[in-house]
Design a protein around this ligand. Structure first.
Ligand code: SIN
Length: 536
C-alpha cells in the first residue's frame, strides 16, 4: 500500500518540532497541528530548561533532586538518560538561534526553581518557551522535507482497531499506520498513512477548571493512544503549579517559580511567610509540597489567595529579569515591584501519559511519544521544575533515532485501510451540549479530583464522568466531526483515566494526596499505575 509520508508528527510544540527537524534528514515529514504552528504549551513555558552547566554542580546532584521531587517513582534509567543528555540538547537549541540569557562574563545565567539544590535553569529571561518555539518554527519552515498542515486535528490513530473487530485487535500485536485527521477549515477528514507516527501533542490541563495551559491542551494524544490500545501510565499525578495570578480576568496566568528562585517569598494576606512551616527548603520546596501548603493555608484562613512578595528586590532588576510577568501584571494594575502578587494554584502539567521505553517507543509498533503526552519514567510522582522542556528535547531525540531505524528495518505493509466513513451522521445544532459537558467536566475535576482527594469524591467523580462519557460517545457516533467535539471526547476520556488511576492508588505520594490514605505505602504502591483499554 502507498504511504503519504514517512513520518507523521502530531503536535507542534518542542517535542513535535524537534523530532520533525531530526527526522527530516531521513525521509518526508508531515506535521499536523490543531491551530497554527506556534500554538502550543511550549510557547507558554516561562521558567527554562534544567541542565548541569555549573562546574560545582553535577549530574548526580540533578538526578538526586529529580528523585527527591519524584517521591520514589522516577525510573533511574530514563532520569539518567535525560539529565546526562541535557547539555548536548541545549547546545543544539543554541545552534538554532535561541539566545539564552547570559551573565556579564558570557556564561549561561543559571536560574533556580523549587526542588533544585543548585542554580541550573538555562532560560531566556521569563519567556524561554516562547523563544524556543519561535526558533523551532523558523527552522521547520525552512526544511523542504517538512510539510506543515495547520488547522488539522487528529481524530484517531490508525491501528488494528480500525480494521478488525475489537476482540481480534485485543489479541494481536498492535501497529500504528498513521491517523485519521480532520481538516477543520475544509471540514473534511483525511486518512494520512505513515511509516512511523510521533505523538508530541502535549498535555491535558484543560480537563481542570483552572489551568496554566492554553485552550488546545485537551489531552488528545493520551485519549487517542488509549483508544488505540496503548498503555497509559501515572495519570493520577497531575501537577498543580503553586503560583498563578489570582485575578478575575487573568485566566490562571503563570507566575514562574523562577521568581521564588530569585528570592520572592510566599506570604499570607497579613504578610506572614509560611513555607518554612511545611518544608526545610521553604519557598523552594518541591512543587507538590508548595501547592498543598497553599491549599491548606487558604482553607485554614478562609482566604481566596496567598501572595508572592518580591518587593524587597530592586525594581529595575525585577523588570529586567521578569519583563513578561511584569507587563502582564501591570495590565491587571498590579505593580510587582511595589506590591505582592495575589496567587493561587492551578493545574499545570501531567506527569503521566502514554507509556514509552527509553527510545520513546510506545506499546504499539510504529508509534512513538515524547513531551508531556508521554510517560517516560523521569517525572515519577511529581516532576522537578524545568525538567519538562528538557525531557521533551531528549525524548524527541531518542524517538527520532528509533523511528528512523524502525522504518529502515520494516517494510510498510498494512492490511487494506478504509477511508473515513461518516455516512449516517448529521450536522448537529446542539453545540450547547458540548460547552455544557465541557464545563461540567472541568468543574467536577476541580472539585473532586484536585490537590487533595478522597475515595468519596473520586467515586462520585467516576460515576458522573461515566455518564458524561456515554452521552458524548453517543453524540459523537451520530454527529459530523468538529474540532470542539473531538476535544470534548478526548477530555472526557482523559478525565476518566485520571479518576481511575487515582482510585487505583490507595496511598498518598507526590502529587497524589488522599485523605483516606495519608501515608506513602512503598510495600504495595511503589510502582507505576498502568491502564489499558481492555481493562477499563
Ligand atoms: C515555571 O516557570 O514556574 C514553570 C516551569 C515548569 O513548569 O517547569
Amino acid at each position: 500500500m502507498n504511504f503519504d509520508t514517512d513520518f507523521l508528527i502530531i503536535g507542534s510544540g518542542i517535542a513535535g518540532l524537534s523530532s520533525a527537524l531530526k527526522l527530516a534528514k531521513y525521509g518526508t515529514v508531515t506535521i499536523i497541528t490543531k491551530r497554527n504552528l506556534p500554538d502550543s504549551n511550549t510557547a507558554h513555558a516561562q521558567g527554562g530548561v534544567a541542565a548541569v552547566f555549573d562546574p560545582k554542580d553535577s549530574f548526580e546532584q540533578h538526578i538526586q533532586d529529580t528523585f527527591l521531587a519524584g517521591a520514589g517513582l522516577c525510573h533511574p534509567d530514563s532520569t539518567r538518560l535525560v539529565i546526562e543528555q541535557a547539555p548536548e540538547r541545549i547546545l543544539e537549541l543554541l545552534d538554532l538561534g535561541v539566545r539564552f540569557t547570559e551573565t556579564s562574563s558570557g556564561k549561561f545565567d543559571l536560574g533556580r526553581e523549587g526542588g533544585h539544590h543548585f542554580n541550573r535553569i538555562v532560560h531566556v529571561k521569563d519567556h524561554t518557551g516562547y523563544d524556543i518555539e519561535q526558533a523551532l518554527v523558523k527552522a521547520a519552515k525552512e526544511v523542504s522535507n517538512i510539510t506543515i498542515l495547520e488547522n488539522h486535528a487528529a481524530i484517531d490513530l490508525i491501528t488494528e482497531h480500525h480494521i478488525f473487530s475489537l476482540d481480534r485487535a485485543k489479541d494481536s500485536h498492535l501497529h500504528c499506520w498513521g491517523a485519521y485527521v480532520l481538516d477543520s477549515k475544509q471540514k473534511t477528514v483525511k486518512r494520512i498513512l505513515s511509516k512511523a507516527t510521533i505523538l508530541g501533542s502535549g498535555g491535558c490541563g484543560q480537563v481542570y477548571l483552572h489551568t496554566t495551559n492554553p485552550a488546545i491542551a485537551t489531552g488528545d494524544g493520551v485519549a487517542m493512544a488509549f483508544r488505540a490500545g496503548a498503555q497509559i501510565g501515572n495519570m493520577e499525578f497531575m501537577q498543580f503549579h503553586p503560583t498563578t495570578l489570582y485575578h478575575p480576568e487573568a485566566e490562571s496566568f503563570l507566575i514562574s517559580e523562577a521568581i521564588r528562585g530569585y528570592g520572592a517569598r510566599l506570604v499570607t494576606k497579613s504578610g506572614e511567610s509560611f513555607m518554612k512551616n511545611y518544608h526545610p527548603m521553604g519557598d523552594l520546596a518541591p512543587r507538590d509540597i508548595v501547592a498543598r501548603a497553599i491549599d491548606k493555608e487558604l482553607k485554614r484562613r478562609g482566604e481566596p489567595c496567598v501572595y508572592l512578595d518580591v518587593t524587597h528586590k530592586a525594581a529595575s532588576d525585577i523588570i529586567d529579569r521578569f519583563p513578561h510577568i511584569y507587563e502582564i501584571c501591570k495590565n491587571y494594575k498590579i505593580d510587582i515591584t511595589k506590591e505582592p502578587i495575589p496567587v493561587v494554584p492551578a493545574a499545570h502539567y501531567s506527569c503521566g501519559g502514554v507509556v514509552t521505553d527509553l527510545n520513546g517507543q510506545t506499546s504499539i509498533d510504529g508509534l512513538y511519544a515524547c513531551g508531556e503526552v508521554a510517560c517516560t519514567g523521569i517525572h515519577g510522582a511529581n516532576r522537578l521544575a524545568s525538567n519538562s522542556l528538557l525531557e521533551a528535547l531528549v525524548f524527541a531525540h531518542q524517538a527520532s533515532l528509533a523511528a528512523q531505524q524502525f522504518i529502515s528495518d520494516n517494510e510498510f505493509s498494512p492490511p487494506p485501510i478504509p477511508h473515513w466513513d461518516d455516512s449516517g451522521t448529521f450536522n448537529s445544532e446542539e453545540w450547547i451540549l458540548i460547552s455544557h459537558d465541557k464545563l461540567e467536566i472541568k468543574n467536577l475535576m476541580w472539585d473532586y479530583v484536585g490537590i487533595v482527594r478522597s475515595n468519596h469524591r473520586l467515586e462520585r467523580a467516576l460515576s458522573r464522568i461515566r455518564l458524561i462519557r456515554q452521552e458524548v460517545e453517543n453524540f459523537y457516533r451520530r454527529t459530523k466531526i468538529t474540532e470542539a467535539l473531538l476535544e470534548l471526547r478526548n477530555l472526557t476520556t482523559v478525565a476518566q483515566l485520571i479518576i481511575k488511576s487515582a482510585l487505583l492508588r490507595k496511598e498518598s505520594r507526590g502529587l497524589h494526596s488522599m485523605m483516606d490514605y495519608p501515608k506513602t505505602d512503598d510495600e504495595n504502591y511503589k510502582h507505576d499505575t498502568i491502564i489499558q483499554q481492555h481493562e477499563f
